[in-house]
Design a protein around this ligand. Structure first.
Ligand code: NDP
Length: 449
């Protein structure tokens, strides 16, 4: 990782000391502080009143036991987390992740990123994140329901439509949000629709929320390509992951005329020379909830399943990492560059390692950081909250048009901020600074709290 401004080094030192061993959180803070050097050089007042130190320290961190009973009658124990990071702009807002790798450091990194991402949307939402080390893979529907109920039995007391509004993330989709909302409603005896987003359409969800993160990513990438006079039309695209973000990124790439050659899960990747068959992919992942290898078993011609190897070995014009953090390494970046990649758009949170990002930026590859490029999901969650507050329900077209406009605004804001700070085309810097300035202005106005 590169050096940060000497005025900000003590802030980083304190974060490392106070959050020992939380590597992903350190990485996320380092990246933001690296960008903020230019801000404090231009506006030293932003470094006063320990404002940057306060942004790096969560307002509240909740850790709790989640006991539940599996199908064999055994009691299982998991650990639950909610990090309420920053509420200067609005109620804490950010997803819940169920994955065995979840720990406090992962939740903190995600919550920290969320502060700036939510600020970039221009909407009134603060930053937070939650999750559990529960592994949903192979669990029955009844087990998923009992786990979600147990998780919410503790978490509910910390939530509220004006307090903290979770949504989905890895391992948490419409089914899990439904079970958690049901339990919240039962415990509080309140139909408080705005307390969770990503709800089903039958009970207060928003049209286009399921699609929003993937669609928003592709809108952002299309804007970015437009600055160089090109577009997705006719481009070869590789998308990692095969979950919510990946599936709807694939759908929108196709609508814009691109061909998605490959996608993956944590066991391997599929390569389909004719372009991924989206209907089949949705059937396997969303309906049957099966492994990606099923795709090749069903679609016998033109498709290959590769178990050992990296999806980034597949030559492409555009790479969209949509699985998880640090999935795209320096070695992968070098391969992509060698194979002629022109743009990378992060659908996942922090999927590229810092070394990979540096290689892309130094190699002239357009690079859209997740903080900006995947903000369409949380932005549409905020639109869901608006619909809940006004007891209204918008059409798909109206909601998608709002999403597209928000993504254009985020893109233009990041690009203009990068220009302003003498780093044209550096969307990492643009996103970090534009997000920071909005939060910092609000925090200063609110005093030392
Ligand atoms: P899903 O659970 O729907 O899908 C995750 C996908 O990534 C699955 O295909 C999964 O494969 C794969 N994956 C997960 N962990 C790993 C790993 N360690 N190695 C390789 N592949 C892995 O999650 P989402 O699509 O919702 O989230 C994907 C990313 O997007 C995350 O980084 C999330 O934080 C981010 N994001 C999501 C938003 C949303 O609205 N859902 C909003 C903004 C960002 P497998 O099934 O094998 O585990």
């Amino acid at each position: 990782m590169s050096k940060i401004d000497e005025k900000l080094q003590p802030v980083l030192d304190e974060v490392l000391r106070r959050n020992a061993g939380e590597a992903e959180f350190h990485q996320a803070v380092h990246e933001v502080l690296e960008s903020l050097g230019r801000v404090v050089a231009k506006h030293p007042d932003y470094a006063s009143d320990a404002l940057i130190e306060r942004i790096c320290e969560p307002e509240r961190q909740i850790i709790f036991r989640v006991p539940w009973v599996d199908d064999t009658g055994q009691v299982q124990i998991n650990r639950g987390f909610r990090v309420q990071f920053n509420s200067a702009l609005g109620p804490y807002k950010g997803g819940i992740r169920f994955h065995p790798s979840v720990n406090l450091g992962i939740v903190k990194f995600l919550g920290f990123e969320q502060i700036f991402k939510n600020a970039l949307t221009g909407m009134p939402i603060g930053g937070g994140k939650g999750g559990s080390d529960f592994n949903p893979r192979g669990r029955s529907d009844g087990e998923i329901m009992r786990f979600c109920q147990a998780f919410m039995t503790e978490l509910h007391r910390h939530l509220g439509e004006y307090t903290d509004v979770p949504a989905g993330d890895i391992g948490v989709g419409g089914r899990e949000i439904g079970y958690m909302f049901g339990q919240y409603k039962r415990l509080n005896n309140r139909y408080e629709a705005g307390v969770l987003t990503g709800k089903g359409l039958a009970y207060g969800g928003s049209r286009a929320r399921t699609e929003a993160t993937g669609f928003g990513l592709v809108y952002f990438v299309q804007q970015m390509l437009g600055t160089k006079g090109t577009s997705l039309d006719g481009k070869r695209v590789v998308v990692s992951g095969s979950g919510n973000v990946a599936i709807y990124a694939i759908e929108k790439v196709r609508q814009f005329g691109g061909v998605v050659m490959a996608c993956s899960d944590s066991n391997g990747y599929i390569l389909d020379e004719n372009g991924i068959d989206l209907d089949l992919l949705k059937e396997i992942k969303e309906v049957r909830r099966e492994r990606l290898s099923e795709y090749v078993r069903i679609k016998k011609s033109g498709a290959h399943y590769i178990e050992d190897g990296s999806i980034w070995d597949v030559p492409c014009d555009i790479a969209l990492p949509c699985a998880t953090q640090n999935e795209l390494t320096a070695k992968d970046a070098a391969t992509l560059i060698k194979n002629g990649v022109m743009a990378v758009g992060e659908g996942a949170n922090m999927p590229s390692t810092p070394e990979a990002v540096a290689l892309f930026q130094n190699g002239g590859v357009m690079f859209a950081p997740g903080k900006a490029a995947n903000a369409g999901g949380v932005a549409t969650s905020a639109l869901e909250m608006q619909q809940n507050a006004s007891r209204d329900s918008w059409s798909f077209e109206q909601t998608e048009e709002r999403l597209a406009q928000i993504m254009r605004n985020i893109h233009d804001n990041c690009a203009a901020t990068a220009e302003e700070y003498s780093a044209p085309g550096n969307y990492v810097l643009g996103a970090n600074i534009a997000g920071f300035v909005r939060v910092a202005e609000a925090m200063r106005a609110l005093g030392v709290i």
